[in-house]
Structure formats: C-alpha cells, structure tokens
Ligand binder design. Sequence first.
Ligand SMILES: [Zn+2]
Length: 171
Amino acid sequence: MNKQTKQTTKQTKETKTSQENFIQIAIEEAKKALKKGEVPIGAVIVKDGKILSKGRNMRERKQNALMHAEVVAIEKACKKLHSWRLDGCEIYVTLEPCPMCAGAIANARLEKVTYGAKEKTSQDNLFEQILTSNRLNHKCIFAQDEENEKECSDLLTNFFKSKREVLKKQE
Ligand SMILES: [Zn+2]
C-alpha cells in the first residue's frame, strides 16, 4: 500500500522545479556514472513535483546486467513508498529506455517517461511498441525532451568515442 506523504501540504522550493531541471538532475546522475567508468545514463523519479529517487547506470560496478539507471531509480522509489506501484510518479531519463527498462517502467505503473537522447542504434521503436502494447494493462505516456537532447546524447557519444580511442591505442 502506498504511504500517504505530506508533500501535498508542504510547499517547498522543490515543488517548483521545472521539467527541465529534472532532466538536468538525471544528467548529473549520468555524469556521476561517467566518472565511475560506466555508460553515462541517469534517471530521476518524481512524485508531486518532488524527487523521490535517483539512479545511474551501475552495470560495471555491480557486475549486474539489471543495474540500468531506470531500474536502480525504480527500486529506490519502491523502497521509499513501500509499494511496487509507483502510481502518480514520473521518470526522467537521459536516454530512451531499453526494452528491459520499458517493461520495468510499465510494470511499476509509472505514469510518464521523459527522455533526453533518442536511441540511435535501432530504428524499430521497441520502446514505444512496449509502452503502447495491448499486452500491458497499464498505459504510460512518454515524451522526448528535445531541449536537453543534445547534452544527453553528447555524453554518450563522447563516452563511446573515448572508449574507441583507448582500444585503438591498445592495438
Ligand atoms: Zn535499460
């Protein structure tokens, strides 16, 4: 069961944080991942205009393929709300979610996904297909934050570029 929070009565500065700031906070998470040598992807879950949880890609550190930024953020949010249902919550993520995370987002009943960079490696729109699939009894809306797209995708492009340069030097 969801624990009722006191957020509705408390007017804090955080409640005024704009959508743009939330994706910026996800970008900060992505940068933290980058510093640890991880693929720079970050996510933030927001409820009633306040940050509920943050997550960043931790696949290398945890040696766990499940540790994508979205899953990390979902896990923390569920712990905070003592509920697997994240009703009324939104997720902001720096990259269009992969099929695993799209499934996790739908299963966690998140209301909306806002992502920065578009997944360029495939043209199959798997993310959108999953979220709009009839197999899911929960509908989650999604949107791209085009204003912050470049910053999100540059992080990834630069990361993979430097990885390739390191590999070249090793040849
Ligand atoms: Zn993922």
